[in-house]
Design a protein around this ligand. Sequence first.
Ligand code: NDP
Length: 249
Amino acid sequence: MGQAVSQRVAIVTGASRGIGRATAQRLAADGRLVVLVARSEGPLGDLRSTIEADGGKAAVRAVDVADRAALAAMVESVAEEFGRIDILVNNAGITRDGLALRMSDEDWDLVLNTNLSSAFVAIRAAARSMMRGKFGRIVNIGSTSGVVGNAGQANYAAAKAGLAGLTKTIARELGSKGITCNLIAPGFIQTDMTDNLPPEVKEHVLSLMAVKRLGVAQDIADAVAYVTSDQAGYLTGQTICVDGGMTMC
Ligand code: NDP
């Protein structure tokens, strides 16, 4: 095992852009050593440089989270290199939208593997290190689609709803070890994932919001920062909808 670092170590999956990138930057600004995970090294290296230029610390791990063995090995390598894992943010996610009756097995499996199974695998791999440290903050990034459903997203909504069950179960199993697990469910956040939606869809979503603006990645990053803070030890097993009051779930 490497020399344990003294600062809290956070793994953020899907850190190359969007919500994951903003979250990684926020956690680094809060003094965490952030391990940046996504499929290709390039954007992660750029983000590491940005974080370091701002005085933070980051490491890069290029991994496909749908590859269970590679994901588990990556998490174990972080524990080995830094001597600890304190925070795990399971954020990597994809959509493959289509009406349920026309959805292919491939699109179902890919979304379930990428958005749900990856969280289970990463949690299982990180838990031992968290238990050793008697501290852990696990955040799964869900979606309001998983809470209220969304036509055209059977695979995605099922994966995100599955994360809620996983979250509550992990909260119950590991709560006595100082480890919390929560689900943050964004509503509509302006990122690459939502950029291509037609303007009328965005207008409709906006009309449903109590706070009359679309979300930005920073809105989620700031919520993750609190839920993963040392002060949030009494908050566990929750689904926190950060959605501008769209669902009030
Ligand atoms: P983006 O599409 O902007 O970013 C997705 C991130 O996940 C990228 O960093 C991408 O990296 C990474 N990723 C995707 N597949 C894999 C994979 N197989 N292995 C490793 N990394 C992967 O999405 P958002 O930032 O919008 O979304 C982030 C999370 O928030 C997702 O879980 C999404 O479901 C959720 N969410 C988003 C909402 C929104 O309105 N934007 C609403 C509700 C939930 P790369 O491609 O470089 O590998």
